[in-house]
Design a protein around this ligand. Structure first.
Ligand SMILES: [Zn+2]
Length: 329
């Protein structure tokens, strides 16, 4: 069963979370493999998407925000777009668009950053969006401080958190065909959660970034975790091995219906809105060539069919729908 565990280091300005996606991750891969048009993901793509899924769940677990967190990696290689969407209740879905050949050992840059156009974006899309309100989005290139191409998703996201959120973050991510897992360690904002409140002004706060002894020690311990350990060991063993000397304060684990699980938010209604947005002439043009308008959900594989009567009714019904999100149907 997929599981998410959050914890604090008592008395230290450091928090963390660890996630293991098992059944839910298998479901993502099985649904893709069942798609006769695309077939299964090439291994490096599935590894990237698994790491993204684990990371997106960890980030959703660490923000106070009532809405979907969407993590995207897109660029100029054969992997045009990979996207993971995590709802506030940890229901998640993931997909990648692959055009062209992905080599068996392809690195991140070979998949999405061939000509330096690769980007990583994080979007926070509020559940109750006000009229005209845009989702918040942050974007970073796939480069490090020395303009070197980053080859690890964890490094890209650590960069993102430092640049856009001013949060020191350590991430260890790993995925194979059975498990997608991640460990996140974050230095708490100094003004937050009663930690050292009021002791620093903003200049000092900035200079303190990355200099906290406790955070650095815990970060180094975390980085000693090997991908095969993260994938192969249970959560209790990982946390004990890494932090047995630390004052770990655990929260109730989130499992089953309360934990991370596969969930696709597509529906006939949303697909209908999408067809409507194409316009009546486009819909008629499709129907002049075939019997039905057919739309397959790229996240879960669900097939939606609209015959000419269904399609016509889309364009005669009054508009009574909320604005659509950035994710398709
Ligand atoms: Zn779907």
């Amino acid at each position: 069963m997929s599981e998410l565990h959050k914890f604090l280091f008592e008395g230290l300005p450091v928090r963390g979370a660890i996630v293991r996606l098992t059944d839910s991750w298998s479901e993502v891969l099985q649904r893709r493999a069942a798609n006769t048009e695309t077939g299964a993901y090439p291994e490096p793509v599935s590894e990237l998407l698994g790491q993204m899924s684990a990371a997106a769940v960890l980030m959703q677990a660490n923000i106070k925000f009532n809405g979907a967190l969407v993590l995207q990696v897109f660029g100029d290689g054969p992997v045009k777009l990979s996207v993971v969407e995590v709802q506030p209740d940890f229901g998640f879905r993931a997909t990648a668009t692959v055009q062209g050949k992905v080599l068996p050992q392809a690195a991140l840059s070979q998949m999405v950053n061939v000509n330096n156009e690769g980007r990583c974006a994080i979007t926070l899309d509020p559940l109750e969006r006000l009229p005209g309100q845009q989702p918040y989005q942050g974007v970073v290139p796939l480069f490090g401080d020395q303009k070197e191409k980053l080859e690890k998703l964890s490094e890209v996201l650590e960069h993102y958190m430092l640049q856009s959120e001013q949060l020191d973050t350590t991430l260890v991510l790993a995925a194979n065909s059975q498990v997608a897992a991640g460990l996140l360690i974050q230095r708490l904002p100094l003004e937050g959660a009663g930690n050292l409140a009021g002791r620093y002004d903003s200049v000092e706060r900035e200079s303190a970034l990355g200099k906290d002894e406790d955070y650095n020690r815990i970060s180094i311990l975390s980085k000693s975790l090997k991908p095969e350990e993260l994938l192969g060991l249970d959560v209790e063993t990982v946390l004990h091995r890494l932090f047995w000397e630390e004052p770990l304060l655990r929260f109730e684990p989130l499992l089953g219906e309360a934990g991370p699980r596969f969930h696709c938010s597509c529906s006939r209604e949303r697909v209908g809105r999408m067809i409507k947005s194409l316009g009546v002439s486009e819909a008629e043009s499709i129907l002049s060539e075939r019997e039905n308008i057919e739309v397959a959900c790229e996240f879960c594989g669900a097939q939606y069919q609209f015959d000419p009567v269904d399609a016509a009714s889309l364009f005669t019904q009054p508009e009574a729908s909320p604005p659509t999100g950035p994710a398709v149907h």
